[in-house]
Design a protein. Structure first.
Length: 288
């Protein structure tokens, strides 16, 4: 094949590859999550600013375990005994276990480029607390994200002068904190005025007491139990008055800037031309 034909073929290939990358960067991905908490959690996706939230699901109310296939799904936000978000598929786990943390729940949902994962966790203000989980998607670099300290950060919630119930631990029978409350907590942590994002802390390995091994319940053996509301020494204890918000340290699926997501045809041609110029220079060293 002559150098001219090679250049033409490369132009077509470069355009096709760029178009494919743009399409991939702009599209949502499917993710499956398996997680549990001592005692309660709610899973969201959202942006870094805390202004955009997509509710995925939460575990059962009360101290005892309830099978996930017995959860009552409603569309009005009344968690009776629990609620899942729109377009979320339940794992239909048929055993709830002895305690609310005994059996993880499973959720399948869509996640958009640049979304963070948020795990909102609260407890019964008794003894020790933690959460553990895994998140699986073909769009992740390694296919899986785990509850490991290096992958997460957290904030300890604060109360508001206008809404004194914000930041307060909902307790065993409580509803998931409202979106206004969550947005307030994230915005204050982002500015660092009243609280701040802290590095997540490992409490123990999957299999450690008192929770035991969840690797046969859909959570990787490499996942860790992470501290929830903690004191300055990182030691969780009873009488926790507030709840905790965890999020991934970065967006889990990296999207391209808007200008790259929706390039003009001319821009595609320009980028292809840059690659072709380099290819032509290379071809000068080889016979046609």
């Amino acid at each position: 094949m002559g150098s001219k034909k090679i250049v033409q073929a490369a132009a077509i290939a470069a355009t096709i590859t760029l178009a494919a990358n743009v399409s991939q960067a702009a599209s949502a991905a499917t993710m499956s999550a398996t997680l549990t908490a001592d005692n309660h959690y709610a899973l969201f996706t959202g942006n870094a600013e805390g202004t955009d939230w997509n509710f995925i699901g939460r575990n059962e109310k009360g101290a005892g375990g309830v099978a996930q296939d017995q959860f009552v799904y409603t569309d009005d936000g009344n968690y009776d005994p629990t609620y899942i978000g729109a377009d979320v598929v339940s794992g239909d786990v048929s055993s709830g276990g002895r305690y609310n943390w005994s059996m993880p729940e499973r959720w399948t949902y869509n996640i958009n480029p640049d979304d963070y994962l948020y795990v909102v966790v609260w407890d019964d203000s008794s003894v020790t607390e933690s959460w553990i989980g895994q998140f699986v998607s073909d769009a992740l670099d390694d296919g899986m994200l785990l509850s490991q300290a290096e992958s997460w950060e957290y904030l300890k919630t604060v109360t508001s002068t206008d809404h004194t119930d914000w930041g307060i631990n909902p307790g065993d029978q409580g509803d998931t904190p409202g979106l206004g409350d969550l947005s307030y907590q994230v915005s204050t942590a982002n500015t660092g005025n009243e609280n701040s994002w802290l590095n997540a802390l490992k409490k123990g390995d999957n299999g450690d007491k008192p929770w035991g091994d969840f690797s046969d319940k859909g959570i990787s053996a490499e996942a860790d139990f992470l501290y929830t509301t903690t004191d300055a020494a990182g030691a969780a204890g009873g009488n926790n008055q507030n709840y905790t918000i965890f999020r991934t340290r970065a967006s889990v699926i990296v999207g391209e800037p808007d200008a790259v997501q929706t390039p003009e045809p001319g821009a595609m041609g320009g980028r292809a031309a840059v690659g072709l110029l380099a290819l032509r220079r290379k071809l000068k060293h080889y016979p046609a």
